[in-house]
Structure formats: C-alpha cells, structure tokens
Design a protein around this ligand. Structure first.
Ligand code: SF4
Length: 308
C-alpha cells in the first residue's frame, strides 16, 4: 500500500485548496503521473539557475538523480533540445537577480518554519524536500526568490470571450499579479520562514517566471512584492488551518487506510468543471479526470461526481 507521510509542503496546501479531491487522489492514494516533457524542461532551467546562484555559471547544472531519471525518460530529440535550450533561457532570467557578488546568499535553502511561533495549534511538519530557491541579504534588505517555468496558454475565441481577453497566445496567463502573490501559500510560507530565521519584520519577494514555450524567445518576467510580518501572519492563517486539516486526514489515512471514494465524495468540496480557469483545466488538464484515465468524472454528467 502507498505509504502516507505526515509532512506538508506549500504545493500540497495549494493542491488541497484548489481541489481537495485531487489532493486526496495524489497524497492519500499516491496517484501521480510521470513528469511531462515541458515539466522536465522547467526542472532543467531551474537547475541552470541553481548553478548560477552557486557558481555564477548557468552552463553547469547539477543533473541529480530525479532530474537525470526524468531526462532519461525523454526521447533523444527532446533531451538534446532541452539540454541546449535550458541554459540560454536561464541566462535571460539572471538579469532579474540582484548582483550576487555584492550580497550574502543562500541558494536552495531547506525550508524550516516553526508555525507555532505565529499561529495557534501544534507545529506542522514540513517536507525536507521543500527548498527555497534563493535567499539574498544585503544590509537590512532581505529578498526571497523563486524560479518558475510557465508555458503560457493559447486561448480559444470562446474562452477569450468568457475571460474578457483577446484570443491567441498569452505568455503570462498563469503568472500571478502582485496582489495574488501576496496570498500565494508558497510565497507566504517562504516569507514567514525567512523573516523568522533572520528575525526581521519586512521582506521582499521576487518570483521569476521563465517561458518554456519553445516557439517564443527566451523571455522572463518577475513579480515583485514587499511584505511585513504582520501582513504575512494574517494571510497565513487560513493556510495553517488547512495544514492542520490535511494533517488530520493524513493521520486518519495512516491509521485506517485511505478513505473510500464514496467517503471522499460525501466529505470533500468539489470545484466547477470545466471553466477555463478551474483546476480541472490547468496545465493540460487534471490527471485525475476520466478523460486522462483518472477516477474523477466531474462535469461528465451534470448530476454526478466520482460516479455519484
Ligand atoms: S478533475 Fe477537477 S474536480 Fe476532479 S479531481 Fe481533478 S481538479 Fe478535482
């Protein structure tokens, strides 16, 4: 049986917030799909930026076990294309980083955060695999940075009408606004963790987005915010509550086995399918939907969800 561990991560909280059923399929049932080619490309660009933060050179990515396995699973054509294309895309994004020779920096810092210092309830347990891409300090200025790859989205005429935007390719469709970033769970947790470790009450955040769509030039953009500790504590409350809720589900699953589909169906909120911005449709479509050979049939029949 799939081993359930109690550790959380920002991506897990985000997944549960978007669709609790999808979270349960992934984290209680252990249903995961292998990395898609564009995701491997994104990981490779990330490794090039990691190399830049450590060595000053984007051309020396550390291709470790997981990335190495992902690359091996690609076709020869994709593998050589991605290995050639990733460093220039990362290089384009380095213009959005501060001059690293002038700062103290912590690349790939393992995430630690004692939630009970700011929130009620016991400390949550965090996955040791969670790493903050880059923390930079210069004088009293602290900057937390994350590298993201994004594919952009081709918006059809009908979706464009519904979304109130022009049809066609939108490179930054999935990139949040500064206001959205302030409420993004990963940003909130990373900002709190760094403010806690550095014992400061204000921090800057820069989320750097690198376009992976290969038909477009290697463009990158950043979303920048400055936040206070009080603001992040307020924004973090609902996420920490969600973390405690998830921990209870995981604890119960560890003790009694994963819940039945029927139990999930009766106890978890569902999202609307198939609105263009719903999680069902993001990143090429939810892997748990029946159209992707998954178990969720949301939207296939107006009266049914999960066969109900
Ligand atoms: S298809 Fe939609 S409703 Fe079903 S699990 Fe995925 S995100 Fe949730």
């Amino acid at each position: 049986m799939h081993e359930i561990n109690l550790e959380l991560s920002a991506s897990q909280l985000k997944a549960a917030d978007q669709c609790f059923i999808s979270w349960a399929f992934t984290y209680l049932y252990g249903l995961r799909s292998p990395s898609k080619p564009y995701q491997v490309f994104g990981k490779l660009i990330h490794a090039c930026l990691e190399s830049y933060a450590i060595t000053g050179n984007v051309y020396k990515p550390d291709i470790d076990g997981e990335l190495s396995n992902d690359l091996s699973a690609l076709t020869d054509v994709n593998r050589s294309r991605f290995l050639k294309e990733a460093p220039p895309r990362a290089l384009n994004a380095t213009r959005l980083l501060p001059d690293l020779s002038q700062c103290r920096r912590w690349p790939e810092e393992v995430f630690t955060f004692n939630s009970s210092q700011y929130f009620t309830g016991p400390d949550l347990s965090w996955s040791p695999r969670s790493k903050i891409d880059l923390i930079v300090n210069s004088g009293s200025r602290w900057l937390v940075t994350d590298y993201k790859s994004t594919r952009g989205k081709r918006v059809s005429k009908s979706d464009a009408r519904e979304l109130g935007i022009e049809p066609g390719f939108h490179p930054w469709f999935y990139v949040p606004t500064a206001a959205e970033l302030r409420n993004d769970v990963q940003f909130i947790l990373y900002a709190l963790a760094v403010m806690q470790a550095a014992d400061v009450t204000e921090i800057e955040g820069r989320w750097i987005y690198i376009l992976t769509d290969e038909k477009h030039s290697p463009r990158s953009e950043s979303v920048d915010v400055t936040v206070t500790l009080d603001e992040m504590i307020e924004a973090g409350k609902r996420w920490i509550e969600l973390g405690h809720c998830i921990t209870q589900w995981k604890l119960a699953s560890k003790q009694h086995g994963p819940p039945s589909l029927d139990h999930l169906k009766r106890n978890l909120p569902v999202v609307v399918y198939p609105e263009p911005k719903s999680p069902c449709m993001q990143y090429g479509g939810c892997m748990h939907h029946v159209t992707k050979k998954g178990k969720c049939d949301a939207g296939m029949d107006a009266a049914s969800l999960l066969g109900g």
